[in-house]
Each structure stands twice: as C-alpha cells, then as structure tokens.
Design a protein around this ligand. Structure first.
Ligand code: NI
Length: 392
C-alpha cells in the first residue's frame, strides 16, 4: 500500500502550512504562534486539544470509530534554531536570528496532515495522541511535557517520531532497533590563572596556555582512555579569553559537547575531562572548575516497535526503501526522554532528490525541508495508527 490518495491530495495544503511555519520560526518554549495554529487546526477537525504541556506544547486526542482499543502517541517537534537564514526564497524566515534549519516546520506539518486524515477516516480502534512538543533543540521540551504529566494524562502503549534526513534519498526510511542516537552532554571549563602584563609573563599564570594544554589533553580521551568500540566524541567548540594584545587575562573559558552511546563510556568521559582539566591546571599553577551537564540520554529504540514501524514504512515506501540494520549516529534527540518512559521508535526518513533538492544539511543556513516528504511522513504516521490500532 503506497501513500493513501487522500493524503497525497493534502500536498498543496501541507506545503502551505509548512512554508508558513518556515516564514515564522520560533525558538524553544516560544512557539506560541505555531502552537496556536496547530491547536486551531486540530480543533477544527474535531480533535480534542489540550494545551500548556511543557509551556507551549500541546496534545490532540482522537478516538477511532472501531471502539475500544490501545493508544498510540505520535510526536512532532515545533521549534526553530537561533541562527540567521541564508535562503532567498519567498517564504524565508521573517524572524531575524531564528530559522527552521532542522525541518521541524516539516515535522509539524506532516503530523498535522496525518491528524487531518485520521480525523476524517477514523478507521482504527482506540486512541491516538498527537504530541506537538516544544524546544527539541537543546532545551529538552520532551522532558518538560513528561514532567507536566504527558503520559499520565495521555497514556500511550507506544510512541513514534520521525526526523527528516538530507543525506538519504526521498522516502527512504531508517528504522533501527537499539541505540540510534547518542547521549548529548555539554561541558564548561573555567580556568582561573593570574592576569598581568603581557611583557612580564613570569609574574602571571597564563590561563590561555593552560587552556591550550587542556584542549590538547582532552583529545587523548577518545584515542587513549575509552574503548575504541565504545564510541565517543569530545569536541571543544568555544575558547574565550582576553581583551587586549598586551594583557594576560585572569581567566579562560572553554565549552564543548560530549557524545556517547554507552552509560559506562559516558561516566568514563565525564571523569576523564574532570581529571585532565583540573590536574593540567594545577600543574601550571592555575585552577580549573569543570561543569559537566548531562543533557539528553541516548535515543534507544525498542526492538519490537522499531520492527513494526519499519513494517509500516515498508507499506508506504516499499521494503527496498527501508533500512532495518546499521550503526547509530552521534547526534542527539530529546525524543530519548519519551523512549525512556514508553516503548516506541524514532525513525529517519530521507528527503534528498536527484538534482540536489532537499540535500542541504540540517543546521546549515541554506537548509530547507523538502515539501515532497510531507505526504510520505503523514502517510507513515497514518499507517502506524491503522496497523497498530487495527479494528478487531
Ligand atoms: Ni531536528
């Protein structure tokens, strides 16, 4: 069964929604306009709407006409990234400094498309919860919704989410069991030395030189401290110090990101960063304060749900376009919090077309969600519901 005709018919409408969201991107926990539009559309289709979970998040509740049955959560993220857009097309961002550079505009539109179709057809037994979450980009909007009672108020036997992927061909699904995305943590290291005149370094403790040794030393963690098969990434991405050519500053601040797949590797990397920073600083007569923040846990798909999601994807795109085995990637996702609470699966779906359409990478100022993916994503969500909540 390919994409249902009725959903394919929604393409112009879904495209208009998606481009409207793209024109008006909103950062995490500020998705008020987006949330208003989603709520209004769901209510207009006869779906019960509950707002204010995770501040700007909302849940739509729809019962099928097949009577009692199970319950499924389908999730889309609504937030944009704090970055300027470099695209010149008509629907480019009108909010300076905010851009839908990860395709969450498309995720929201495709879940709306599925909601519209399912509200029309209701060809299932039980309940669907449409979960529109805020603040996926670094602010843990999924966690905020859970803390506001998401799964207590809206019980879900399983939850499913999808993310576009510009590196795979349009309509190709990647549905892997087990760990699919890394734990995503941040680290800040403040190195306190002793400032002074740039011409009299022997009277100072230079925090820049200490910082250079620390950054260099941290590179030994992945190469020498952790198991080569237990993947880890340590990227120091910021180094702030000094304000004048001839002044040695008091302090240097380093910040970066840490990605790991296994709990024991996560623990080991955290400990190693602390050891290397504090001991290196001490060796130079300085002091290092390390603040390690565990942000997102690894995203771990439940095997049975990953298989069932892959089967639903195969009905939409054909088995040849479903990848069921492979390695995780070191990105992070806050859908991980939902998968810690409920069984479920998170899938990637390709959006690249011949000629380069849809292939600019996410988080890049020229990225754009490929609208041709909208019916594929909406079709997938609808199939998951009609399969998992099949009438008896
Ligand atoms: Ni994203």
């Amino acid at each position: 069964m390919p994409i249902p005709n009725r959903i394919a018919d929604f393409l112009p409408e879904m495209t208009a929604w998606r481009r409207d969201f793209h024109t008006h991107p909103e950062l995490g926990f500020e998705e008020r306009r987006t949330s208003d539009i989603v709520a209004e559309k769901l209510a207009g289709w006869g779906i019960e709407v509950h707002r204010g979970l995770g501040r700007t998040g909302l849940v739509g509740v729809l019962k099928g006409n097949g009577g009692e049955g199970g319950s499924i959560g389908l999730r889309a993220d609504m937030d944009a990234l704090p970055m300027p857009e470099a695209n010149g097309f008509e629907y480019r961002s009108q909010n300076p400094g905010a851009m839908h550079a990860c395709g969450h505009d498309g995720h929201t539109a495709m879940l709306l498309g599925a909601a519209k179709y399912l509200a029309e057809t209701r060809n299932f037994a039980g309940t669907v919860h449409f979960i529109f979450q805020p603040a996926e980009e670094g602010l843990a909007g999924a966690k905020a919704m859970i803390e506001d009672g998401l799964f207590d108020r809206f019980p879900c036997d399983a939850v499913y989410g999808i993310h576009n992927d510009p590196h795979m061909p349009l309509g190709t699904f990647r549905a892997l069991p087990g760990v699919i995305l890394a734990a995503s943590d941040t680290v800040e290291i403040v190195i306190r030395g002793k400032g002074g005149h740039g011409a009299l370094p022997h009277l100072s403790v230079d925090p820049l030189l200490v910082g250079v040794h620390v950054v260099s030393g941290l590179q030994s963690i992945v190469s020498r401290r952790t198991d080569p098969l237990g993947s880890a990434v340590v990227s120091i991405t910021q180094f702030h110090a000094g304000s004048a050519d001839n002044v040695i500053p008091d302090e240097a601040v380093l910040r970066g990101t840490v990605r790991t797949l296994l709990p024991e590797v996560r623990d080991a990397v955290e400990q190693a960063i602390s050891d290397i920073a504090t001991i290196t600083a001490r060796a130079h007569g300085a002091e290092a304060v390390v603040r390690y923040h565990r942000r997102y846990p690894p995203t771990i798909n439940h095997a049975a749900e990953a298989t069932r999601a892959a089967d639903a994807a195969a009905e939409i795109s054909g088995e040849a376009k479903v990848i069921r085995e492979g390695l995780p990637i070191m990105g992070g996702e806050d859908f991980s919090f939902m998968l810690e609470k409920r069984p479920g699966a998170f899938l990637f779906v390709g959006q690249a077309e011949a000629g380069g359409k849809g292939s600019n990478p996410v988080h890049h100022p020229t990225y754009d969600f490929n609208d041709n993916l909208l019916p594929v994503g909406a079709g997938f969500f609808a199939r998951v519901v009609e399969r998992e909540l099949a009438r008896k």
